[in-house]
Design a protein around this ligand. Sequence first.
Ligand code: ADP
Length: 633
Amino acid sequence: MTVAAHKETLGFQTEVKQLLKLMIHSLYSNKEIFLRELISNASDALDKLRFEAVSDDALYEGDSALTIRVSYDKAARTLTIADNGIGMNRAEVMDNIGTIAKSGTRQFFESLTGDQARDAQLIGQFGVGFYSAFIVADKVTLTTRRAGTGPEHGVYWESAGEGEYTIETVSKAGRGTEVVLYLREGGDEFLDDFRLRSIIRKYSDHIAVPIQMRKEPRGEEDAATEGELETVNSASALWARPRNEISAAEYHEFYKHVGHDFAEPLAYVHSRVEGTTEYTSLLYVPAHAPFDLWDRERRHGLKLYVRRVFIMESAEQLMPNYLRFIRGVVDSNDLPLNVSREILQHNKTIDTIRAGSVKKALGLLEDMAKNEPEKYAGFWKEFGKALKEGPGEDFANRERIARLLRFASTHNDSDSQNVALDDYIARMKQGQTPIYYITADSYAAARNSPHLEVFRQKGVEVLLLTDRVDEWLTASLSEYQGKPLQSVTRGALDLGALADQEEQQQQQQVADEYADLVQRLHKVLDDKVSAVRTTHRLTTSPACLVADEQAMSANLERILRSVGQEVPASKPILELNPDHPLVQRLRHEQDQARFAEWGEILFDQALLSEGGQLSDPAGFVQRINKLLLEASR
Ligand code: ADP
C-alpha cells in the first residue's frame, strides 16, 4: 500500500498573518500564557473525546486514561505539549489551524490601530489560542490523528509563523495531538522543569485532567533512563467537588492559595447555581484587611474560571467596590474561554453572576453577624469602613447592607462600633420617628457635643459617627426600615411627640421673650451666622451651631476642605440656651461694646465645642482674658 504523503504548502488566511505578527510583538511581556492556551486546547480536545466517546466507546482505542503531557528537550531546545484527545483530520487541521473561523474577525482587525499597547489588549479580547505558540517559538509543528481512524491517518503540520504552512499525511500510532515548539532565542527559560511546573500550577492547576511531566533525572546514571511520569496539577477543581466531600482544612488551604494569605479565612460560602446561567462560586471573607485596601488602584475581585480553566485574576466586574475584600473563585459554564476584562464589562452573564455573588457574600456576612457576633465584630473592625460605602454604591441591596452596619452610640458609651440599626430601632422611645445621629471627626468630639444634651436628658439614643465615610454613608442612606436618619446638628430640632404639649407651649413663650436678644445678636454676628434662635436642645451649654436642613454638615465641610476641595462658605445658625445664666445676663446687657464681645465669645465657644477652628483664635483669647480680669477684680 502506498501512502500518499500529499505534502502541500499553503498560505495562511490574511487575518492569521496579521494576528501572528501582532501577537509576537504585543504579547511578549506576558509570553508564558502560551502554555495555558495550549493546555487549554488539549483539555478541550480531551473533553470533546470524552463527549464523543459517550456514544462511541471505540474512540478510546483501548486507552481511556486521558492525560496532557508536557516535556522538553534541552539539546534540541524544544517544548512539547501532547494530549490523547480527539485529534484532527487533514481538513480539520486546515480549517482550524490555517484560518480563523471566529465571527467578527474582519471587524476585529479593522479595529486595530497599530498602537501596540492598545492592540495588545484587544488581542487578549480576541483570544490568541494556538497561535500564541509563536510568541515563544520560531517554528511550530503539530502532529495529530483523529480518534477512531487508523495510524496511517496522521497529519503533520509545520510553520515558521510567517505566512505559510506545510501539511502532509504521516503515520501516527496514538490518537490525539502533539505540538512541538522550537523556542526562539531567549526562550530557554521554558526549558526548565521548575519554571514549567510553576506555570502549569499557576494557570492550569484546576484543569480536571492530569497534566504530567517526567521526573527530572537525578544523577548521571539516571540520565540515560526516562524519569517516571508525575502529575503536576491537582487535576481536580476543589470548587467543582461536592461540598460535603470537602473538609474545612481543604477549604482553608485553598483560600491561602487564592487569597495569597497566610492566615485562615474568617468565613466562606460555596455554592452552585443552576438554570439559565450556570456557575459555581466559592467566596471567602479574609480575617485581616490587606495593607492596600484603601488604594484606589488596587485590583480586587474574584478569580474567574470558565469551565475550570483559569481565565483571570481579580475580575473586578465580579464584585462591587465595597466588597473588594472578598476573595475566591467563580467558575462559569457559559462564558467563552477567551473572555477578556473589556468583554466582562458589558456582559449579561457576568451581571447575573455578580448579582448572585453579591447576594451570597451579603448572606455570608448576615449569618456571621447573627450566629457569631464576636467574629462579626472582628470582621467589622477590619472591613466596616469598606462596607459603609455599600449603600451609596449598591442601591439594590441598600437595606441589606444597612442591616449589617455597626455604629458607636450614646447607648453603649464606648467608642467601639457595635450597635446595629435594628438594635437602635428596638430601643426607640415612644413617639420617636427618626434615627438620630451625629457626625464628628473624633469619638470625643461626637460624644461631648452640646447637640446631644437634650437627647441625654430625654434618654434618646444617638449614633456617634466618626469615620470619614460616614458623611458619604448618611448622604446615601436617608432611611432604614421606613425610619429617616436625622442628623442632630442639622435643621431645627423637632422632637415631635417626644416633647409634650406643655413643653411646646413653653418653648414658644421663651422664643417670644428672647426675640429682642436674638435680633441684637444677629446684628452683631451677621457676617458669621445666617440666623440666631433659642433652642431647647441644650441643657448645660450656652450655645451651639446647627447647619441648615439643606446645607452640608459642618463636619463634611471640614473633611472636604482638609482634602483641598473648595467648599462654598455656608453660614450656620446660632442657637441659644435660654436657661443658661450667660444667655440670661446677655439679655440684660446694656453696654453695646460688651454685648458684642460676649456675642463673639458665645459664637466661638459653640464653634470650638463641635471641633471647628476659630477664624481669629488670638482675638478669642484676648476677649476671654479681659473677662477673666474683670471677674477677678
Ligand atoms: P480556540 O481554541 O479558541 O478555538 P485555537 O486557535 O486555540 O482557537 O484553536 C483552533 C482550533 O484548533 C480549536 O478550536 C480546535 O478545533 C483545534 N485544536 C487546537 N488544538 C487542538 C488539540 N490539541 N487537539 C484537537 N484540536 C485542536
